[in-house]
Design a protein around this ligand. Structure first.
Ligand SMILES: [Zn+2]
Length: 256
């Protein structure tokens, strides 16, 4: 070890630092061969959460600073500012496709309720998730920082903030601002929903449902039948939990 690089960490990224080092200026040991990307991750901040790295003067002023490539090798004594990734963040595909890590099943259902293309399986190894995200140009959402360290996922993965699904959904909508189209996807399998005539699904309906509802949709993937009216209250709760949400209605599209 030949010295320290000073990393300037914005407040929004400080939660990634170990509790005892949670402050703006953090020293990272350099040996002349480590890349700046490696140093940033060595203090606990996933590169997926960093937009830019700026070389600063000793006062931390980045005005004259130049953006650094993550492969750049900083020298001892340098001061480098991390800038959080901008929101809304571009995604590998438009409209965005998502892939959720195995522990985010509740979030997956809520995202599907809002019509977001959300792949999810409750069992998948990290290698499999990585291949899947890249093969289908999906943004992988996870709370596993080990997964976020993978180089291939640099712009294909994101940390989801919050322990509970309400906070997580809020974070995802705020970060990517995807177009919401409620009740266009099956919450169970992510398949597209299509309107279906009542007569066609009559045989699977319970008498109470048959009496109370006239509008039905069926999943083109798994065949599940839904009557959105029965879920309107629940769906409204999901939408209300996401203030600032842009639905197709807000953008002048058809309502549902
Ligand atoms: Zn389905």
């Amino acid at each position: 070890v030949s010295g320290l690089v000073t990393l300037l960490v914005p407040g929004s990224l400080q939660p990634f630092l170990p509790a005892r080092r949670r402050r703006e200026r953090v020293g990272a040991a350099v040996d002349g061969t480590s890349t700046i990307g490696h140093l940033v991750q060595s203090v606990g901040v996933p590169l997926t959460e960093v937009g830019e790295l700026l070389r600063c003067d000793d006062e931390g002023d980045a005005a004259a600073g130049e953006p650094l490539d993550v492969e750049a090798r900083p020298r001892a004594g340098e001061v480098i500012r991390m800038v959080e990734i901008g929101r809304p963040q571009p995604t590998p595909s438009a409209p965005p496709r998502f892939l959720l890590d195995v522990h985010l099943g509740t979030l997956a259902r809520r995202m599907r309720l809002l019509g977001l293309d959300t792949a999810y399986r409750n069992q998948a190894a990290d290698d499999e998730l990585t291949r899947w995200a890249l093969a289908e140009s999906r943004m992988l959402l996870t709370r596993d920082r080990g997964l976020l360290r993978r180089r291939a996922l640099r712009r294909h993965a994101a940390f989801v903030r919050g322990d509970d699904p309400d906070l997580q959904l809020h974070d995802v909508l705020d970060r990517f601002d995807p177009l919401r189209r409620p009740w266009t996807r099956c919450p169970a399998c992510n398949g597209l929903l299509a309107p279906v005539a009542k007569a066609e699904v009559d045989s699977v309906l319970l008498p109470g449902t048959r009496r109370c509802y006239d509008e039905f949709v069926r999943c083109t993937g798994c065949g599940a039948v839904y009557w959105p009216g029965a879920h309107r209250h629940r769906l409204q709760n999901v939408i209300d939990a996401a203030p600032g949400a842009a639905t197709e209605h807000d953008r002048g599209g058809p309502t549902r």
